[in-house]
Every structure is written in C-alpha cells, then in structure tokens.
Design a protein around this ligand. Structure first.
Ligand code: GLC
Length: 589
C-alpha cells in the first residue's frame, strides 16, 4: 500500500509532544513491512541544519488562500525506508515557534492542508491512503471530499483521521476559514464543519475521514462520553462503528536500556545491576543527596493540567514528608514551573526540576528513577509509562485512557500487575497509591523485583498495532488495491497482504482482537466505578473570532468537473483558485 502520513510534527525533525514520537516511529515500521510510506510536515525554522542539508528540492508552486498567493516549496529527504516531504513557506513556518502565538493558526494549517493536496499530482507519489494526525491535518480529509474527490487524481484516495488528543481541536471563526479555503456556507452546519458557532478543523477531519482512530482502546471508549468528549462526544458516538482505538507503541530501539548511549550504565532484565549506577549518576548530575536507599520518583511530562499536576500541587508536602526524592523534567504552564521551582528551593537535595526539552536527561530519568508518576486527568495513550516499564521503573498512574490499557495495578492476592494505579481524580487517592508503592519498595523487595522484571520484559513495540493499522487501511480500500505495490528501488519484496475483513465484521473483530491480543492490555481489570471521576474539567475553548476583516467569499468551491487524464492536467484543475503549479526556482529569501 502507498500511505501518506500528514502531521504537524515528527521525530527526529521536530517535536513538541508524543504525536511526533508516534508519527516518527510508526512510519518506518510500516515501511519495514513492505509498504511505501511517506510523511509530509511543515518545514519549520527549528528543524536542525543537519536535516535541512539533506533535503532536496522536489517542486514548487503557488497556493491560493483567498486573495493571497503563497509560495509553496516541497523539499524531501529519505530516512529508514521512509520519504519525508517538507512544506516550505517561510512566512508561515519560518517563525520562532511551532504553534500558537501569531493568531493565524487557521491560515497556517489551511495553507498546510491545501499544500498537501495540491502537491499530490506533482510529486511522484499517488497515495492509496492519507492518514491525517490531529487537528493540524484535519482539513485534509475534509477538503479532499468537499473539493477534490471528483478529480481523477484524487478519486480513489481513502482517509484515516487519528486523534492524539481530543482537547486540541483547532477552533476558528467561520468567516476566517471560509476566506482562506473558499468553502461554501453549506458545509458550516453542525453535521459538518460547524461546532458551537465556530469552524473546527478536527471535527472536519472526523466527519469526512473514512475511518477514525485514536491512540488507545480505553480512550476510544472514553471520548464517547460527556466527561472526556470535549463537546464532540455526540459525533464520536455517531461514528462509533468507524472509530477504533489502536494502542501506540514506542521506539524500542531508541528506548532500550541495554544499548542506550545516553545513560550512565547499560542494563537489562538479565542483569539489572546497572540500574543502581544510573540512580547514583542521576543524583550526582541533579545535585540530589547521593543515597542508594531513597526511592526516586521521576516525572517527564508536559507541564499542563492534562497531566494531573494539580494533584501533585495539592499534596506535595505530604509526598515530601515521605523519605523520597522527586525529579521533574518538562516545559509548560507557569503555574507548574513555579510549583516545582518552589519545591526545589524548599527541599534542597531532595527535589530537582528542569524546565527544558532534554532528550538525554529524559533517558537518564527513566533509567535512574525507581517510581514513575503519571496521574493524568486524561491520557489518550501516554508513552512515558511504557518507556518507564521498559527501563524497570515502576509506574504509578491514574486509570485513564492508555494508562489504563498499559498499567495493571499490582494485586497481592493474584500476584498480577506491573505497577500501581488509582481511579478517581483525587489527590489523596494518588498519595495513598504512592505510599502503597513505597511500602512494596521498602518492605517487599521480592515483589518490587518482580514488578521491575515484568515491566522490562513487556512488549511495547509497534508489532501488533502496526498490523492493526494495516488491516484498517485494507478494510477501506477496494480489493485490488489491497496488495503491496512494489516501488521502484524498494528493497522490500512485494508481499501480498492477507485479504481484509469486510468493514462491518472488521469493527467487532478488531476491537475484540485489540483487547484479547494486545500485550499491553491488562488481563484483569478492577470493576469500573460507575461514578464519574471526582473533579470535573473546565475546558476553556478559544472563542470564535469576532469581526472578520475579510469578506466572505461567494465563490463556489467546486472545481470544474472536467475529466482530466494526465497527472499534471489534474493538478491544474484541482482547485479553481489555484495558480497553475508551474515548477520554478524556489523563491527563498
Ligand atoms: C498526545 C497525547 C498522548 C499520546 C500522544 C501520542 O500527546 O496526550 O497521550 O501518547 O499524543 O499519540
């Protein structure tokens, strides 16, 4: 299959969160299985020069957004069997931030979506599947269906939309969006792009994609409820037959304590002696008291409300009354920067906080800590708990989303479990669960050893989940497209894929299969409390902008339905507002 990932971030080029890890680690795994996988993302100024130097110019053309005509370059490089395309426009992506500050996100990611669709007939790649990730790519499935799918070059493309975090939706003024994307009033109804008076890019993707996925089976269920649904639960319930939870994997090569070049001493489940050396090195590096007997609680996290840090805030004095050390690494809200800065001052030699994106330090925290704390309010999947398990660091987590699917609380009667969990969003429940973990750390060393070994032996790879994506893609393609296409120069043999299940049967099967076969799926679950978690979220959504300076465009969005036969010709008729994408020299400044 030919698969195009559309995403706003991807390791190793650019990362603000787990989305980048997932896109960057799943793509090569699918490629290894013989598929032609390509990823397209914006060419941000922050992408390291060493990657920029490897890029070559594929094509450039102009993209029309309302009255604006914008240069669009497509650069590319190849790595680990995957071709990466970078959408180049300095005005939109040459800024000193990735998201948010300019007030024109609707325009930046409208440009991105338009650029992705318009470049397709011009680059040597005709995808069977476009897999869009998060709201920044949400307009791709929508525009494809509304404005492009009658054109031969686009007619057979199927789309998958993945939600990595439902809280971020890309909500903008309808007139702003109409102005840049030439969309008619008829698509701004509440069954399409409109959402509580605004235009919603994520919703656009969810409505128009052929299949929707999210990043864990539990989150797929949770987002159909009012508590977790972020005002889209109704839509998600309506789409439930086309909504699948596919648990993320981690990059098991990068996160491998037996080969990790970032840590003080390598270790494995057969020989865990190196773990103590890593603890010592971490204490030394961060100026903590060097004591082998004191448990270190590690946190590597975006410092946001999602991560449950207000629970930590509430009981930090109680936590620190225990004989523990606390290590925090992350960037984010000033409230939590202040909290952990204060704690570092107040508990010298016992708390260390670093507010940065520090890849090496993150690895050292996973390796050197004893307990990993992740009390998230909601967690679509979460990767850190899986990385901790792999490093023999015992997770203490709240039972939500992917945390619930990967961490099973230790049960003293059955001996099952790989960590410690609590259900209610309640600071004292978290505190007591931490204390329970400390009890096993100090007084039940046999259990602690088992938990570590169990964590380190788990399978957190993409093996199973990559297969689930492949069968999902296959289920939406017509029969003849379900075979791997040999690509010129592709080192992999064409491997015929197993025939897909019928879409209707697929749903039930894949959901059940996800539960039964998923190695990360806890086998026994504590009975789910029927009460809602204690604290209710207050979701501040960006209000739609008032006073659109641009007139709404009356132009019909439909391109002339003329049949075109050649790829180039198709490109020209793609968008009536689009300048003919004549290749020319990049207008780099
Ligand atoms: C987002 C979610 C996180 C998930 C990641 C990758 O960052 O908050 O839970 O693991 O996306 O899917």
């Amino acid at each position: 299959m030919r698969i195009l990932f559309v995403a706003s971030e991807c390791v190793p080029f650019i990362k603000t969160g787990g989305l980048a890890d997932v896109v960057g680690s799943l793509a090569p795994v699918l490629a290894q299985k013989g598929h032609d996988v390509r990823v397209i993302l914006p060419k941000y100024a922050a992408i390291a020069e060493k990657y920029e130097n490897q890029m070559h110019h594929v094509i450039d053309f102009e993209v029309q957004l309302g009255w604006r005509r914008q240069y669009c370059g497509i650069e590319s490089l190849e790595m680990d069997g995957v071709t990466y395309y970078f959408v180049d426009n300095r005005y939109y992506f040459g800024r000193n931030y990735i998201y948010g500050l300019g007030g024109d996100e609707y325009e930046r990611f409208a440009f991105f979506a338009r650029a992705v669709l318009n470049c397709l007939p011009l680059i040597p790649f005709e995808p069977d599947i476009i897999h869009a990730h998060d709201w920044q790519a949400g307009m791709v499935p929508a525009l494809l269906r509304i404005q492009y799918s009658h054109l031969p070059a686009y007619a057979s493309i199927k789309t998958v939309m993945t939600i990595h975090n439902l809280q971020y939706q890309g909500i903008f003024g309808i007139r702003d969006v109409q102005d840049v994307l030439h969309l008619p009033d008829s698509v701004f109804t509440d069954d399409k792009l409109e959402c509580h008076g605004a235009a919603n890019y994520l919703k656009a993707g969810l409505v128009y994609a052929d299949e929707v996925t999210t990043v864990s089976p539990s989150y797929a269920e949770e987002i159909q409820t009012g508590y977790y649904g972020e005002r889209l639960d109704g839509l998600l319930r309506a789409k439930r037959d086309h909504l699948t939870g596919v648990l993320n994997g981690i990059d098991t090569v990068e996160y491998d304590p037996s080969t990790d070049p970032s840590i003080a001493q390598r270790y494995s489940v057969e020989d865990m002696s190196g773990k103590a050396a890593n603890k010592r090195a971490l204490q030394e590096q961060l100026g903590l008291e060097v004591r082998p007997d004191v448990p270190i609680i590690g946190m590597v996290s975006r410092l946001s409300n999602q991560k449950g840090l207000d629970l930590v805030d509430y009981v930090i004095a109680d936590i620190m009354r225990e004989d523990v050390q606390l290590v925090v690494l992350g960037m984010g809200d000033s409230r939590y920067v202040n909290l952990f800065s204060w704690a570092e001052q107040n508990y010298p030699g016992r708390v260390a906080a670093r507010f940065a994106m520090d890849h090496d330090l993150a690895h050292r925290i996973y390796a050197g800590s004893d307990i990993f704390l992740m009390p998230s309010q909601f967690e679509p999947c979460g990767l850190s708990q899986m990385i901790s398990l792999r490093y023999g660091t015992v997770p203490v987590v709240r039972e939500t989303g992917g945390l619930r699917d990967t961490v099973l609380s230790y049960n003293d009667y059955t001996g099952a479990g790989n960590g410690f969990t609590f259900f209610n969003y309640n600071a004292h429940d978290m505190l007591h669960t931490l204390q329970r973990a400390l009890h096993y750390y100090h007084d039940r060393k046999d259990v602690w050893k088992t938990l570590r070994e169990r964590g380190m032996s788990g399978d957190y790879s993409w093996r199973h989940s990559a297969e689930m994506y492949i069968s999902l893609y296959q289920s939406i393609l017509p029969g003849e497209q379900r075979f791997t296409q040999p690509v010129q120069g592709d080192p992999h043999e064409a491997v015929p894929q197993a025939p897909a299940k019928k879409p209707a049967a697929k749903k039930a099967a894949s959901k059940k299969e996800a539960k039964a076969n998923d190695p990360h799926e806890p086998k026994e679950k504590p009975a789910k409390a029927s009460a809602k978690p204690a604290a209710k979220k207050t979701t501040a959504k960006a209000a739609p902008k008032a006073g659109d300076p641009h007139e709404p465009t009356a132009a019909a969005a439909k391109a002339p339905a003329k049949k075109t036969t050649t790829k180039k010709a198709a490109a020209k008729s793609t968008d009536p507002h689009e300048a003919a994408p004549a290749p020319k020299k990049p207008a780099k400044k």
